[in-house]
Design a protein around this ligand. Structure first.
Ligand SMILES: [Zn+2]
Length: 158
């Protein structure tokens, strides 16, 4: 399976990609954190940016991180953050992502083949995109995931 780096728009095998919460700004709306895929070259700057935002913890970051943590069930997926408040959970998330070299969230967003239906992953995404106001950001996320899936399908047929 291949994924597309959302910075340089190049395709790489999923196990070489890094996954992190990335700050996304859509014109006319406040920014938000979205699941972000980065290649080796683009990852360091991206995790630095996220860490800087979380360290500053302004109102927009706090709101964005709270939504991101809930949307992706971060407290369930990373049990060490289960009892953390939002700010602690956000710092812990950045620490865990960095310590894992951007791999900690990979199984959360790219289930093993065959596990997609079992986890209801696509169903979750479509439910969230229809119920949240941040639909533009979510559609952008979904487009990235689908672009990755499409690339992998095309490449596997070659
Ligand atoms: Zn890249």
């Amino acid at each position: 399976m291949n994924l597309v780096c959302s910075n340089c728009i190049q395709s790489f095998p999923a196990d070489r990609m890094h996954v992190l919460p990335g700050w996304v700004e859509v014109p006319g709306e406040p920014g938000a954190f979205a699941i972000t895929f980065r290649c080796h070259g683009c990852y360091p700057a991206a995790i630095d940016d996220t860490e800087r935002r979380v360290a500053a913890w302004d109102d927009a970051t706090a709101a964005g991180m709270t939504r991101f943590i809930d949307l992706w069930d971060v407290r369930d997926f990373l049990p060490e953050l289960a009892d953390a408040n939002d700010r602690e959970a956000a710092r812990g998330l950045v620490r865990i992502v960095r310590a894992s070299d951007g791999k900690a969230l990979l199984p959360r967003v790219v289930p093993a083949p065959g596990a997609v239906e079992a986890t209801g992953f696509l169903e979750r995404i479509s439910i969230f995109s229809s119920s949240l106001r941040r639909w533009k950001v979510l559609l952008w996320c979904l487009a990235i995931v689908l672009a990755g899936l499409y690339c992998s399908t095309v490449l596997e047929r070659l």
